[in-house]
Design a protein around this ligand. Structure first.
Ligand code: TMP
Ligand code: ASP
Length: 234
């Protein structure tokens, strides 16, 4: 497979065309941003770690019957993926309260949320990715009502697989963000699943094992990303 021109560059990844019309290469960068890119930095080897973690998690999900854009790992920083049209909605699933929801609703940090809660955010950096409702999604024509139902159902199914997967590895899957794409008229999981897009709390110590270490300057960022990779690989 030949690597072609760059199709798109985001904050943490680049997408390249290939000689196959319906396949792209997803390249993972070390760049890290927070607070809508107001804070910028580098997490050494993050691209390698996130490529490997995403690869493993997409395989775990495929084994559980949940398809994604993932085809195969190419090298340390690159995976081959199906070319999808990204739906401009960030789907967030929460099992415990932290981050934006505690500020928005005034609820207690760490509150258990059961059944899990699904939120939608409009993927638009110029607007700061605002929280949106199903009616906003209809207004903006981001997805049809049946597609929103499908996004929600897939997100909850993914949570049902990943929550015990991380639990078995000593980690609480606190919350995570998913992106989906349209592929042959079908909605499939896309983007990445990594410590950049999830929150993990160590079950023993409560230690933060995700990008909150960068967002909040908690230190030991690289070591923590490596530890997540080690646990996910086991
Ligand atoms: P939030 O609490 O800041 O809304 O974040 C919810 C989850 O989404 C958390 O696991 C981090 C992830 N997330 C992203 O992947 N990208 C983003 O731009 C933001 C704001 C959150
Ligand atoms: N990726 C986000 C940004 O810089 C921030 C975050 O993940 O907190 O916009």
């Amino acid at each position: 497979m030949e690597k072609g021109d760059m199709l798109y560059e985001g904050k943490a990844k680049k997408i390249f065309l290939t000689d196959k019309e319906d396949e792209v290469i997803q390249y993972f960068k070390d760049d890290a941003t927070a607070f809508n890119a107001e804070k910028k930095g580098t997490i050494l080897e993050k691209g390698v770690v996130n490529n490997k973690i995403s690869t493993r998690l997409f395989q775990v999900l495929a084994d559980a019957g949940i398809p994604s854009h993932f085809i195969q790992e190419i090298n340390d920083r690159e995976m081959l993926a199906r070319r999808v049209n990204i739906i401009m909605i960030e789907v967030v699933v929460r099992n415990r309260a932290t981050g934006s929801i505690i500020k928005r609703l005034g609820i207690e940090e760490g509150l258990f949320i059961s059944p899990p809660l699904v939120e939608y955010f409009y993927k638009d950096d110029s607007l700061g990715d605002p929280l949106i409702t199903e009616d906003h999604i209809r207004l903006l024509k981001l997805a049809t009502p049946p597609q929103v139902t499908e996004l929600r159902n897939q997100a909850l199914k993914i949570n049902d697989v990943l929550l015990p997967f991380f639990q078995q590895r000593g980690m609480m899957l606190v919350d995570f963000k998913l992106e989906f794409g349209l592929w042959n008229g079908q909605i499939i999981l896309a983007d990445e699943i990594s410590p950049d897009t999830c929150r993990f709390w160590d079950i023993q110590t409560g230690e933060r094992m995700d990008k909150d270490r960068f967002r909040k300057d908690l230190g030991r960022i690289e070591e923590t990303y490596q530890e997540v990779l080690k646990r996910v690989s086991s």
